[in-house]
Design a protein around this ligand. Structure first.
Ligand code: PA5
Length: 433
């Protein structure tokens, strides 16, 4: 199998290979603790062997449900927040045409429940008026305020426009197997449901129905996505030696950089389709490691766009950052720079070159400048942007996150801190206890 690759050599302005390899035993032990279930948070390791345990029958059921919704609906609203939102959004944006939603050929996928913006929901509701739409409601707990509010409003709209009986055919609930308000409602209303396993936390759930159903709806090959993840599961498993395990190497490298005072990791891309992969990654690492007053702060930028805004800070601001770049070796399509007789923009020296050549030179030039400016650079390369390599990438980040959390000494699978704002919000809203 061709694999995504990792290059840590451009961090050696700040750390060195020996320091990274000095962590190899600890990284391998962390990986073994994941495999054996002997580390912290071991009741949330259902994601670890998930890709290889997904059956053909299960994928068939997901695909059949997606196809049925696509037949019935012009638009589909995916409701969810955090781990019940970002994975699907990341994969769909990475692998769909940038203007797909404008060509009316496929069902439009829109999102709700990831904010409480009144204007957003009003505008979404107005957009859905007169359209046959369906809803995938995703909530593991089934009690999260944002998606519950969005579902209440959109379910009413759907039932009023399509009738209660037809609405039931267009609503799918993805939730806990037994508990929570969404499970109770789904049983009462006889909605089609999928289960989020108990032992898979939200931010590790992209390869459960949470991610797979919306991704299948978008017409993306879920079999290739799972195959990529499954191949990476093998390549990064507990038996893989450090020198061959890119997930362990990534975890060790960021740990050493953190020890050297690099407290912020910026995930950068040179392909705008990867914007939401970074949003998903920020949650994965931020929520897994930001504990006990420890942990790298995760940030992200889209290049070259943000070189014209954040480029200055990255080049010359406080030296507390390192950069991880996701690079795509080969674009899907080909665009050449055309000749212009007047050449007023002075670009004729590029005539006949591909746009991707210009982008790659921007990438190389940026790497050289940032490394010179004291920003260590890690590079992850995907041969192409397709479902198979995105599957590899997602699992690579998940496995590395588990190892990295153990190296840091925290439980990477809980999130006690997220309750604090909810407590205050409920008290301010006078929620009955
Ligand atoms: O990773 C997490 O646990 C969170 O981001 C949750 O996924 C998010 O809060 C949504 O929770 P739920 O799926 O229970 O509605």
């Amino acid at each position: 199998m061709e694999k995504i690759s990792l290059d840590i050599s451009k961090t050696f302005n700040t750390i060195n290979r020996e320091q990274v390899y000095a962590l190899s035993t600890a990284a391998e032990a962390a990986n073994t603790a994941l495999e054996n279930g002997t580390g912290k948070g071991n009741d949330f390791l259902g994601w670890l062997q998930l890709p290889s345990s997904i059956t053909e029958d299960f994928l068939d059921e997901i695909q059949k449900t997606a196809d049925a919704l696509r037949t019935r609906c012009e638009a589909l609203v995916v409701i969810g927040i955090g781990g019940s939102y970002l994975g699907a959004k990341a994969v769909i944006d990475a692998l769909s045409g940038a203007f797909d939603s404008m060509d009316n050929k496929k069902p439009v996928i829109v999102y709700a429940g990831h904010n409480i913006g009144e204007d957003y929901l009003y505008e979404l509701s107005a957009f859905l008026k007169g359209k046959s739409f369906g809803i995938i409601n995703i909530s593991k707990s089934g009690t999260t305020t944002e998606p519950a509010l969005a579902f209440r409003i959109l379910k009413k709209q759907l039932e009023e426009s399509a009738g209660k009986a037809e609405a039931k055919n267009r609503i799918v609930a993805i939730t806990d197997k037994a508990k929570g308000a969404l499970r109770t409602l789904a049983t009462k209303e006889t909605y089609k449901t999928f289960v989020i396993p108990d032992n898979v936390g939200g931010r590790f759930s992209v390869l459960t129905p949470v991610g797979l159903l919306p991704v299948a709806l978008a017409g993306i090959d879920i079999r290739q996505l799972v195959k990529g993840a499954s191949d990476m599961e093998k390549a990064s498993g507990g038996q893989a030696p450090f020198a061959e395990n890119i997930a362990a190497q990534y975890a060790a490298t960021r740990n050493i950089l953190y020890q050297q005072g690099k407290k912020i990791e910026i995930l950068a891309n040179f392909n705008p389709k990867l914007h939401y992969v970074a949003e998903w990654w920020k949650q994965l690492y931020g929520e897994s490691e930001g504990k006990e007053h420890k942990g790298i702060f995760t940030a992200s930028v889209d290049f070259t766009t943000d070189l014209h805004s954040m480029g200055q800070w990255i080049q010359e601001g406080e030296r507390s950052i390192f950069e991880t770049v996701i690079s795509v070796a080969n674009p899907q399509y080909k665009v050449d720079v055309p000749e212009d007789a007047q050449d007023l923009d002075g670009l004729n020296y590029l005539v006949g070159q591909r746009l991707d050549y210009v982008n790659k030179m921007a990438e190389l030039g940026t790497q050289m400048a940032h490394v010179d400016g004291g920003v260590p650079n890690i590079k992850i390369t995907l041969p192409k942007l397709n479902a198979y390599y995105i599957g590899q990438l997602l699992y690579f980040f998940e496995r590395a996150c588990g190892i990295s959390g153990y190296l840091l000494g925290v439980n990477p699978f809980d999130q006690p801190g997220v309750e604090a704002y909810k407590k205050n919000m409920f008290s301010l809203l006078k929620k009955p206890v």
